[in-house]
Design a protein around this ligand. Structure first.
Ligand SMILES: [Zn+2]
Ligand SMILES: [Zn+2]
Length: 247
């Protein structure tokens, strides 16, 4: 599969993609399939892919088709209904994938998990019909939050999480780092925003003693590369290409 401009650069932080166990992928960054192959992740076992939104750092059609071609079964592809036209799949390509629009704030079962899609405070400028998503994944008594991209939680999302979730691990986006006054504040997080958010999550019983907080989607803007400082001040581990964790 020829995926343009997909060269892998070790130790870099770039696009966002996540694999859960050996059968689920979240977001289809440009290098996602090649990393999965390189890390010997067994892409033939993938049954479900979840898409947060169609920005180019989260969705690449060629990557979806590579996963679909490698999988032993027809892949379930979960996304917001407004994202479907943006997938740019031909009729023939779409036949290789079960495209499954999600119901927001309605928990469903798939891939051995319970999944909830939450509206994210984010925007696909070219397609205002598309609602970007965060996800809650529950499996074997563990609860994971995935929130890339989105700034402050929408009120519906916050209230749902406050009433329904205690997290074992949270992947929170930290795009803008310490950069004050950056225009992305409406659609992405800064470290100062995360300080307040983490305090509120803790205060409202949404974190456990040992909840793992992972910062992701971090750009070079407002971040000096000092991971230890972030771990000390925010209690967050910062993800990087090839990062893996067990909880
Ligand atoms: Zn985005
Ligand atoms: Zn992004």
């Amino acid at each position: 599969m020829n995926i343009p401009e997909n060269e892998m650069k070790e130790g870099k932080r770039r696009c966002t993609s996540l694999m859960i166990d050996d059968n689920v992928v979240v977001d289809l960054a440009l290098q996602s399939f090649d990393y999965a192959t390189k890390l010997d992740a067994g892409t033939e076992k993938i049954t479900d892919i979840f898409l947060s939104h169609t920005h180019a750092d989260h969705y690449k059609k060629e990557v979806l088709l590579a996963y679909a071609a490698a999988a032993d079964t027809k892949i379930n592809f979960w996304c917001h209904k407004g994202a479907v036209p943006q997938l740019q799949l031909s009729e023939e390509e779409a036949e290789r994938i079960n495209i499954c629009p999600v119901e927001i704030l309605e928990k469903w079962d798939t891939a051995g998990m319970k999944v909830t899609a939450l509206p994210a405070n984010h925007l696909v400028e070219a397609n205002l019909d598309e609602q970007p998503l965060h996800f809650i994944f529950e499996k074997d008594g563990k609860t994971l939050f995935y929130g890339c991209d989105g700034g402050w939680f929408q009120s519906k999302t916050w209230e749902y999480m406050r009433k329904n979730a205690v997290f074992d691990a949270m992947i929170l986006e930290a795009t803008v780092g310490e950069c004050p006054g950056n225009f992305r504040i409406g659609t992405h997080n800064t470290f100062p925003m995360l300080r307040l958010l983490i305090a509120a999550l803790s205060e409202n019983g949404m974190l456990k003693e040992n909840t793992i907080l992972i910062g992701s989607h971090i750009s070079g803007i407002g971040f000096d590369g000092n991971d230890d400082k972030v771990r000390e001040e925010l209690g967050m581990i910062l993800a990087h290409d090839g990062f893996s964790i067990t909880f």
